[in-house]
Design a protein around this ligand. Structure first.
Ligand SMILES: [Zn+2]
Length: 278
């Protein structure tokens, strides 16, 4: 992902990395959630990457820490996200998870879309933010800061992101748009056959990367629908696209990445109907 529109933010974060003066809590505000997610993951990787000896805003994407973070199983990194709402008991579970000592000196937790917190959850989080611990860093993210409690905002260092995911810069490729629409149509009728269809149509790594970028644009555009059923499916699919793109970035075999993606879509029975609405 290209973060060139947010170089000021990156400079300031690099400075805190180098001087070891990370804040206890960050509030990342950005309209493009795919971009914000990538940004946050890059920041977390920069903190934990074993190859980032210069302490830059850098991650090698190859070391075991980078790779576990990309796969969502790094031991000192907790992510809380919900399709509907984030409840108080989830915040409490998070707190108790965080009370275990860290493996490498630092623990980071990320609460995504804090707009989704219930009032009780927000209050519970607030208490936690009021008593920061040295080895715990909070990253909260949201699209719309106006609905976040001012008491939470005041306890965080704000990071405002202006960039957008590269996907927006990709020229619309009509052929791919048609291919994806055809895939969605087939998927709704016969998912297995739809997967075979895609695997036959796109084979090279370049095409596979393009496929994911386009799929990502099309799922992002579908967001305007405001249909809860769609929103749930879209966010599930987007998470998988993100993982696939990050695997492709770290040079995992492209066909395998595509197969894994298609297979997990099948497994979760994510309905791709929203792709036909855009
Ligand atoms: Zn690394």
């Amino acid at each position: 992902m290209n973060f060139s529109k947010d170089t000021v933010v990156i400079k300031s974060l690099t400075n805190t990395l180098k001087t070891n003066k990370l804040s206890h809590a960050y509030l990342v505000v950005g309209e493009d959630s795919l971009y914000s997610d990538e940004f946050i993951l890059s920041f977390v990787k920069a903190i934990f990457c074993l190859e980032n000896k210069e302490k830059n805003f850098f991650s090698c994407e190859k070391c075991r820490n980078c790779s576990s973070i990309n796969h969502g199983n790094y031991v000192d990194f907790y992510k809380l996200t919900s399709e509907t709402s984030i409840k108080k008991d989830e915040i409490q579970t998070l707190k108790s998870d965080l009370s275990v000592k860290s493996f490498y000196g630092k623990k980071i937790y990320w609460i995504k879309d804090i707009e989704k917190m219930t009032e009780q959850a927000a209050n519970s989080l607030l208490k936690f933010l009021e008593e920061p611990e040295d080895d715990i860093i909070a990253i909260l993210s949201c699209k719309n800061i106006s609905v976040v409690l001012p008491t939470i905002i005041s306890r965080c260092q704000q990071i405002k992101l202006v960039g957008k995911s590269e996907n927006d810069e990709v020229e619309t490729n009509e052929e791919l748009t048609r291919l994806i629409a055809e895939y969605a149509k087939r998927y709704i009728r016969k998912p297995h056959l739809a997967n075979i269809y895609i695997l036959e149509k796109i084979k090279t790594k370049e095409d596979i990367v393009e496929f994911f970028k386009h799929l990502s644009i099309q799922t992002t555009t579908s967001y305007t629908d405001n249909n809860l059923h769609d929103v749930v499916n879209i966010s599930k699919v987007q998470e998988k696209i993100l993982l696939a793109l990050s695997d492709l970035n770290s040079n995992v075999n492209a066909t395998l990445v595509l197969e894994k993606f298609l297979f997990t879509i099948l497994l979760d029975n994510n309905n791709l109907e929203f792709l036909l609405r855009g």
